[in-house]
Design a protein around this ligand. Structure first.
Ligand SMILES: [Zn+2]
Length: 287
């Protein structure tokens, strides 16, 4: 395994410093999961891995339980930003991509703890019969309805999971509106939340403005993205930051992430995105 500078800096520099200093403002961690399965991601850098082994997931949920954290939904999290005491011990759990292994591997563990979570569905990959996405089987609408009866919330992850940043205004609107309508028709209740697919273009202010406008017009109330960190009262409710989690998050790193010791990584990531944006703008166009 390659050297994990993010892990070393988090555990041996930032976490000790954070423990010695006074706590900052109110923030609530939002965990981001994808696949809950034993998958071989050896060729992928640990930061970008998206699979969490069921045994690791069970241990992570047990540690939330042991810590006495209150597992809440996104709407409640936004409400608690104005209540520092309630926010202190709160956490939100989210899943992207609608994989079938949520039903078989994650839900039994969540149900045991009585934890509520939000699953974001790419609706074109959810069918009455089994469809797949990224080579993995997805939930069916029957399973989604069954999970809904047991308290799982569902939001939109677009319809076809495109790079929205590259879409024209019309197809972007279609992805945002159609996926919301499909969920509402299938489940008979409002789809309030949106999860941006792929890396969020956080440095493109005009794109974020257009996207926010479309989400508002479509009737969404909040949303999450892949920007790293823990959101607080000053966060844009449509682009709430999250903490990516996978099998490489042992109990030490998992606890450090929840406590805010991983948030530092957002700054270098932002600078890299800015640099890439400049490089794209200033490089000669290729025919
Ligand atoms: Zn996704």
């Amino acid at each position: 395994m390659g050297l994990r500078i993010d892990r070393l800096a988090t555990l041996y520099v930032v976490d000790p410093l954070r423990r010695c200093s006074f706590a900052g403002g109110v923030s609530i961690p939002i965990l981001m999961y994808h696949s809950i399965a034993d998958e071989d991601e050896a060729g992928v850098h640990p930061y970008y891995r998206t699979a969490t082994a069921p045994t690791v997931f069970a241990a992570q949920m047990e540690s939330l339980h042991q810590a006495g954290l209150s597992v809440i939904g996104l709407t409640e999290a936004i409400r608690r930003f104005s209540e520092p005491e309630a926010a202190t011990n709160s956490v939100v759990i989210t899943f992207d991509d609608g994989f079938h292994n949520f039903y078989t591997n994650a839900f039994p563990i969540l149900n045991r703890h009585g934890f509520t979570v939000t699953m974001f569905l790419p609706t074109a990959h959810i069918g009455e019969s089994r469809l797949s996405f990224k080579g993995k089987e997805c939930l069916t609408w029957g399973e989604v309805r069954e999970l809904q009866k047991h308290g799982i919330s569902f939001g939109s992850h677009t319809a076809t999971h495109p790079q929205l940043h590259d879409c024209d205004v019309h197809s972007m609107k279609q992805e945002i509106v159609d996926s919301k309508q499909t969920i509402e028709q299938e489940l008979g209740c409002a789809a309030q939340s949106f999860s941006y697919p792929y890396a969020f273009p956080e440095t493109d202010a005009s794109f974020k403005g257009r996207l926010r406008e479309q989400l508002l017009q479509a009737g969404y109330e909040n949303g999450v993205c892949t920007t790293l960190g823990r959101p607080g009262p000053a966060s844009d409710p449509f682009f709430l930051k999250r903490l990516p989690v996978n099998s490489d998050d042992d109990s030490q790193l998992f606890r450090a992430k929840l406590a805010g010791s991983y948030d530092w990584l957002a700054k270098p990531q932002y600078l890299v995105k800015m640099a890439k944006g400049w490089a794209t703008r200033w490089s000669p166009s290729v025919a």
